[in-house]
Design a protein around this ligand. Structure first.
Ligand code: URA
Length: 258
């Protein structure tokens, strides 16, 4: 159904109605401003503005860019969503709960609100891991069809030849199929920098093994637009708003934004 069925806003003004974006009442409800019905009533009553213009029912917005206010008071559309960047130490499991009682990544960040890791690092892999309570962003970031770039620094046994590095770039045959083209370079005699966008199980370890250079230490140094050389192992910080926006862009559009 087209969105031009919007009710009059009581002011005689007509605001443009977007066919993309998220429904205003849904975004408002998700931001904790009441039930969708309550938010609809606020909109219908002319209490809500989007970028200064009175909104009407049926309005869709871009929660990343649009400024929404209720009775002139701007509301934080992202209220309640948290995003932590953790520098995972080796020996900590990437699950919310470990039946074997080992230390988990969620124990390294605040308990409330409850967050979940985005993707997975092996028990012995170190480096950057994102944790969030934004399920939709998690889904988009981990979905194989998006696959943001991830950069790893792999300490390996021996010194790979240029041909071996080229193999990593062009793709190596693994038991679950050939790997996609990757960026690979030798940054020290036994240290490879590898950027991949697939998220297969133990992929970097298996790729290095496949070229004859098993990994002795693996560190993730970048997730899409996120990197932080100063974050100490075992510590975390919240993403800045700019980082969240950059991550959202890297993850592609939200499903209901087409
Ligand atoms: N590739 C691996 O082999 N291990 C990880 O933890 C991440 C990527």
């Amino acid at each position: 159904m087209p969105d031009d069925r919007a009710a009059p806003d009581g002011t005689g003004r007509t605001a443009p109605v977007l066919s993309e974006g998220e429904r205003l009442q849904k975004v408002m409800a998700a931001a904790g401003l009441g039930s969708r019905r309550t938010c609809e009533d606020l909109i219908a009553g002319g209490h809500v503005t989007v970028n200064g213009d009175v909104a009407r029912l049926g309005r869709r917005i871009d929660p990343e860019a649009d400024v929404v206010a209720v009775d002139g008071v701007p509301v934080g559309l992202r209220a309640g969503r948290v995003h932590y960047l953790l520098n995972k130490p080796a020996g900590v499991v990437t699950t919310a709960d470990d039946p074997q009682g080992r230390a988990t990544v969620v124990e390294l960040v605040p308990d409330e609100p409850r967050v979940f890791p985005v993707g997975r690092l092996d028990l012995d892999t170190e480096g950057l891991l994102l944790l969030t309570n934004d399920g939709q962003l998690t889904h988009r970031l981990t979905h194989p069809s998006f696959g943001v770039d991830k950069e790893y620094v792999a300490h390996v046994e021996g010194t790979p030849t240029r041909a071996a590095i080229r193999q990593l770039r062009e793709g190596v045959e693994l038991e679950d199929g050939r790997t996609a083209p990757a960026q690979a370079s030798l940054v020290a005699p036994s240290i490879i920098k590898l950027v991949i966008h697939e998220g297969r199980n133990r992929q970097v370890r298996r790729m290095c093994e496949a070229i004859g250079h098993p990994v002795s230490r693996l560190v993730r140094t970048r997730i899409g637009p996120l990197s932080d050389r100063r974050l100490k192992p075992g510590t975390w910080r919240e993403l800045t708003n700019d980082e969240v926006r950059a991550l959202e862009r890297a993850a592609g559009p939200r499903p209901d934004q087409g």
